[in-house]
Write a new protein. Structure first.
Length: 486
């Protein structure tokens, strides 16, 4: 058995090898590891998606939590149903196994006895070593390097339904022990206990982070499962003064925003196709690129006469650099998450009738004075008017449908009536608007004058107001699509 164990270790497939997220690695910068993860695993320059690749770190045999080793034992037994001086077990349970627990931190050693079949069914880690004939089991010795109190808890859980344990109470999870039990149970492949611990963590995270437990022991698989139970508002509401776990949850939430296969309850859109437009410099996705206007010269008209916006991908823009710059600017992963969330989600204004990114919530442009058109007797064209507040010219019938204005205010989003008995809270628009209002201070970016020129306010005055629609050739029945140049 010891030889087999060494072979497994040398081949890299030993059960003691585990996977850890780069975010959990000691001494690693979350800025670098998260950005690298997204760059290498989720965003490809050709727009293709690859599976997440996480490097493996071997766990030392002398590790603190749930590190088990097996070795040859010189003791002998005459039959497979006896152990420890002739003590017999029920034949259906197999022979009793002795587990030697070594607690180096407290300098303690303690032996635990458990029937083989029960041990295999509850701690599936041992199945590979104990699923053999009874004679070979008799020749095996098991040592586990773990906290004695934690392993005592685990053995009580294993024997919770045993006949001999009828009078004993089921061990309870507590904020001070749940993380150690979670790590140990995941290593020992105690699936039901792992799920129990994860659910407990979700319900009691405020109390858990207040204890002196080490949250860095949680690997990427467990972190993902825990994170998926939290909504982003629940993570935001965590009271984690020392930031032991809150930033890790937000980092995982950011990774989820870039996952094209994940159905995200917190976001209507995902960032898997995020890019920057070379012309208007806006960050867009496949979902938002046809809704958000570019500069006036890049407009298409479909066969129905509807305006279609065309953006050009900036090949020099890099998501790795973007995430790093966001973190440098905002100083926390919580704020990075909300800014990114606001960049990929959009709403439609009920006042200007334009779709807008959530980060541009305060960018609803308007004029403080009403446009004035010349009278028919005037020498000027009656199709061109002027806003007295800023002297900006405007077409009476503007084919571009661009929203122009010398001032800005918040957009107004009117929620549609869901009907009698309808649940407004289930509407994605309602949830997005509610989240936007809650975190407006982080999500919304200030309006700049450059935005006016990008959205079509400035170039009209310089280039004039003549518009040409370039029709598709060989279409005698009229235009299917064309480029509208202003």
């Amino acid at each position: 058995c010891a030889k087999r164990f060494d072979e497994l270790k040398s081949s890299g497939s030993s059960p003691v090898d585990n996977q850890f997220s780069p975010l959990m690695a000691a001494g690693e910068s979350p800025v670098e590891t998260l950005a690298t993860y997204i760059k290498s695993s989720l965003l490809d320059t050709q727009g293709e998606f690859q599976e997440t690749l996480v490097g493996q770190d071997a766990v030392s045999k002398t590790g603190r939590h749930s590190i088990a080793s097996t070795r040859n034992c010189s003791s002998e037994s005459e039959n497979c149903t006896t152990r420890n001086g002739g003590e017999k077990t029920e034949e259906s349970e197999g022979p009793n196994m002795v587990i030697h627990v070594c607690d180096e931190a407290k300098n303690l050693k303690e032996d635990f006895i458990c029937p083989r079949d029960l041990l295999i069914s509850e701690m599936k880690y041992f199945a590979e070593y104990l699923s053999m004939d009874a004679q070979r089991c008799e020749e095996m010795d098991i040592s586990v390097h773990c906290d004695v109190h934690i392993f005592t808890w685990l053995i009580k859980y294993v024997k919770r339904n045993a006949k001999e344990n009828k009078d004993c109470e089921m061990p309870t999870l507590e904020p001070g022990n749940v993380i150690s039990i979670l790590i140990s149970s995941e290593f020992l492949k105690m699936d039901s206990l792992v799920e129990l611990c994860i659910q407990y963590c979700h319900k009691n995270m405020n109390a858990i982070v207040a204890t002196p437990c080490n949250m860095n022991c949680i690997n990427v698989n467990l972190l993902t499962r825990i994170t998926d139970l939290f909504t982003h508002n629940e993570v935001d509401d965590l009271k984690d003064k020392k930031d032991k776990f809150r930033s890790k949850l937000f980092c995982k939430k950011i990774e989820r925003l870039f996952d094209p296969e994940y159905l995200n309850p917190d976001s209507r859109n995902n960032a898997a196709t995020l890019y920057r437009c070379y012309l208007c410099k806006k960050l867009l996705t496949k979902e938002t690129e046809r809704r958000i206007p570019c500069i006036p010269g890049k407009i298409n008209v479909d066969r129905h006469g509807n305006i279609i916006y065309i953006h050009i991908r900036d090949k020099t823009w890099d998501v790795h650099e973007y995430l790093n710059s966001l973190f440098e600017e905002l100083k926390s992963w919580r704020d990075v998450y909300w800014r990114l969330w606001g960049t990929i989600n959009w709403l439609t204004c009920s006042r200007c009738y334009q779709a807008f990114l959530c980060i541009e919530f305060s960018h609803c442009q308007y004029h403080s004075e009403t446009v004035v058109y010349p009278t028919a007797s005037s020498l000027n064209s009656v199709s061109t008017g002027i806003y007295p507040c800023c002297n900006q010219k405007v077409l009476r019938f503007d084919p571009t449908q661009f929203t122009k204005g010398c001032k800005v205010r918040d957009h107004v989003v009117t929620l549609r009536d869901q009907g009698e008995g309808g649940d407004l809270l289930s509407c994605p628009t309602t949830r997005i608007l509610d989240d936007l209002h809650k975190h407006k201070d982080v999500i919304v970016v200030p309006f700049s004058k450059d935005t006016v020129s990008d959205s079509g306010g400035g170039p009209w005055d310089e280039k004039g107001l003549d518009c040409d629609v370039l029709l598709e050739p060989n279409t005698p029945w009229g235009p299917k699509s064309g480029e509208l140049n202003a």
